[in-house]
Design a protein around this ligand. Structure first.
Ligand code: SF4
Ligand code: FES
Length: 237
């Protein structure tokens, strides 16, 4: 079947402003949009820039906006799209070239929530064990591949005046450590998250949950983070 990709193009080093370029190709209904982009780059226009690695929804590197909705082209089959597809970079972030954006601000916010286990106590002789229930509690959050689709789609992250908000992806990772039975840094984590730039920046608008390609209940997890802050602070009074 014939498909036309209308692709955002911008090279700040030589273009005065962004523009859109059309590429037409024949594709199988079961081809992925990422296959089409690769064929454009290999067969028609080697200057087209986009990120990809695994091709299978694992690495999170190919986040982009597809027909106005943030997602992964490696998870979009041609048969699920129309004959013309609008392909743009993730919003919120500065465009480096074409579909490649500068994700450093995203990872800076991610690092701000201390995305690692903190355990100061001496470990037991064997290992720090968890029950099945304790592991189950984290299963949604550990599926996150840091594709940035949620943060790009979040209306709070999109506003300049609330651009310091850590964003949904960082809060999903915060959930992962806040609710990990092995972590011993609850007080510090609560202090980091108990701010308007932290968990309270979330206005429960659900856009993150709508776009997450790993079907993580992002808004629900952020709600549990807020509740945890409330309960811990109330207990401390
Ligand atoms: Fe991507 Fe979902 Fe993780 Fe957000 S929560 S970074 S949309 S995988
Ligand atoms: Fe790795 Fe899409 S290329 S997630």
């Amino acid at each position: 079947m014939a498909i036309r990709l209308k692709v955002f193009r911008f090279d700040p080093e030589k273009d005065e402003k962004p523009y859109y370029k059309d590429y037409e190709l024949d594709a199988e209904p079961t081809d992925r949009l990422l296959d089409c982009l690769n064929r454009v780059r290999w067969e028609q226009d080697p200057t087209l820039a986009f990120r990809m690695s695994c091709g299978h929804g694992v690495c999170g590197s190919d986040g982009m906006r597809i027909d106005g909705i943030c997602g992964l082209p490696c998870q979009k089959l041609v048969k699920s799209l129309g004959p013309q597809v609008l392909v743009e970079p993730l919003p919120v972030f500065r465009v480096i070239k074409d579909l490649v954006v500068d994700l450093e601000p995203f990872f800076e916010r991610y690092r701000s929530i201390k995305p690692y286990l903190v355990a100061a106590s001496s470990p037991p002789d064997d290992e720090r064990r968890q029950s099945q229930e304790e592991i189950h509690r984290l299963e949604d959050a550990v599926r996150c591949i840091l594709c940035a689709c949620c943060t790009s789609s979040c209306p709070v992250s999109q506003k300049l005046e609330t651009a310091d908000y850590v964003g949904p992806a960082a809060l999903v990772r915060a959930f992962r450590y806040l609710f990990d039975s092995r972590d011993e840094d609850m007080g510090e984590r609560i202090a980091i998250l108990d701010r308007k730039e932290g968990a309270w920046g979330c206005q429960t608008l659900w856009k993150c949950t709508e776009v997450c390609p790993k079907e993580i209940p992002v808004t629900k997890l952020i709600g549990q983070v807020k509740r945890k802050i409330y309960v811990v602070k109330k207990g401390a009074k």
